[in-house]
Design a protein. Structure first.
Length: 198
């Protein structure tokens, strides 16, 4: 399976991204080599796409497929729909509920068959959740030390309004589909739409 193995802090620096959005509290003090240089319009569009792909851990082909799907949705703009589709990925929802420190860890948790959606085992990180879905960690893993450690780190993190999380029982519900205002990701999706519209 293809994976992005690039060093996270280095990549954050090159994309001008705060590591907080990756679930990291580390800081990089070094400057990007490109800092202060003028970027072309295409360069700006490409950077926004790379940022979105990097934050959500999606590779080019699935990202392009998701863009095509967002284009077909009749309501809202393509860019906003793309961000909502990315936000509804199962690995991202696990991360948002606070059951993983980073999206990469959430992806691993899903991969390792720890997650149930509506009582059924789902081990596909890109699985798209819907409003009303109940997501929980499998009973046999609930008492694992791993989740106690994770909750210690993520407990103070705010769960978005469109989700409901019960940290006692390691479960949660998708109350509604998120709106673009509820997605705190520093990506200008308009530039991504412009890039793909060329």
């Amino acid at each position: 399976m293809a994976r992005d193995m690039s060093p996270v802090l280095k990549r954050c620096r090159s994309l001008g991204l705060d590591p907080v959005f990756m679930g990291l509290s580390k800081k990089s003090n070094r400057q990007s080599a490109r800092a202060g240089k003028k970027t072309s319009e295409y360069g700006l569009q490409l950077r926004e796409k790379q940022k979105a792909k990097f934050i959500y851990g999606v590779l080019e082909k699935p990202f392009r497929n998701m863009f095509a799907k967002a284009k077909k949705i009749k309501t809202g703009t393509t860019g906003e729909n793309l961000m909502i589709l990315l936000e509804l990925r199962l690995d991202n929802v696990i991360y948002r509920m606070g059951y993983a420190r980073t999206r990469k860890e959430a992806r691993q948790i899903v991969d390792h068959k720890h997650v149930l959606v509506n009582g059924k085992l789902v081990n596909i990180p890109s699985y798209s959740v819907k409003a009303g879905d109940v997501i929980e960690i499998k009973e046999k893993f609930k008492s694992a030390q791993r989740y106690k450690d994770i909750l210690e780190v993520t407990d103070a993190k705010l769960v978005p309004a469109w989700l409901e999380a019960d940290h006692e029982n390691l479960s949660g519900t998708v109350k509604e589909l998120p709106t673009r205002d509820q997605i705190d990701v520093p990506v200008n999706e308009v530039l991504i739409v412009e890039l793909y519209s060329k």
